[in-house]
Design a protein around this ligand. Sequence first.
Ligand code: CTP
Length: 406
Amino acid sequence: MELTGKKIVLGLTGGVACYKAAELCRALTKAGATVQVVMTDAATHFITAVTMQALSGQRVYSSQWDPRVDNNMAHIDVTRDADAMLIAPCSADFMAKLAHGVCDDLLSTMCLARPHAMPLLVAPAMNVEMWQNPATQRNAQQLRDDGITLFGPAAGEQACGEVGLGRMLEPQQLLEELIASFQPKVLAGKRILITAGPTFEAIDPVRGITNLSSGKMGYAVARAAREAGAEVILVSGPTALATPHGVQRINVQSAQQMHDAVMESVGGQHVFIAVAAVADWRVANASDQKMKKAADGSVPELKFLENPDILAKVAARTSVAGYPYCVGFAAESENLLAFGAAKREKKGIPLLVGNIGHHTFGQDDNTIILFDENGHTILPRADKLTLARQLISEISKRIAAHSLFQ
Ligand code: CTP
């Protein structure tokens, strides 16, 4: 429950994307937040207060002149104990109001009267021409300059039939953005390259060799790095996972492809984190055509070639250039303390993360050990996102000491 104990004021303004606000409200409450919905008059033409009240479990405010509010101070009271205000959808008109400090209804008055330190987050939703209009762009810039965070908009097909920028982010993406907004920005301005998932080594066009890595830990690390403010590239083997919002993903299959994608992207990266379970060998005599069973019952004989060691190659670059700061992972089935320390030395990297047991593959929880020049530290059992955030925090402390990474 990522948002347990948090109170979020969810503001709805007029737009078709109001239909997504219902799902967003549900996602926020499921994540543990107390959601206080406030709607403009225009929003009530797209979705009813009854729906939002049922989903949030709280009375909905929409009028400045609501006789239910004893002191008629809802514009002040509602935001005083809130942790953040999220306006989703935020119309072009409402952005213009925010940019100019107009407060002619309850929601805009609440935004203006909110405590200075409380984050105001807006998810624009409008037609592509409205978004691209210089007036809206001016307003968007003014909001950023005023410390207001914009989530999106995304590009794509719009309700009006036109295509382009202006779609509101999906509820799940907004939830991720909101959760991220509460994380410390310890990697702001840093570029992080991450590998994740298994690799797939072809035997023929329909068969291959892979491993049990689900990619969950690598994806959690990518999400945690993005939450911490980094620009993240994720080179991923085949997985069934959704790309964390805001992360650039490059899909690969084989170890060789992963190697090539990493080498192409590694220039200028501050940190390289190799989480992928890379196949050590590929099939040397893979067939171009599907292999058929032999009539005489003889079975194919596979020959293997060693794959490039991606982490060791990046670490070798680091020894010349000084960066990226390299972090490796190791899943050992025995003797992790000795093997982990030895693997860190062998790969020539400053930090190695040991998974306790190879049974971590596919699980949501894990226990990890960090090996560095001072020995080892255990991070106790937790879900992979929690561990990933702790790891990102550890990495940020380590690179903060190096002037090369400033
Ligand atoms: N790794 C890599 N490229 C490879 C093999 C491994 O980048 N060809 C990276 C993994 O992403 C991981 C680390 O190296 O961060 C350790 O991987 P692991 O498979 O545990 O170690 P190996 O070097 O393959 O050694 P061994 O299998 O003999 O334990």
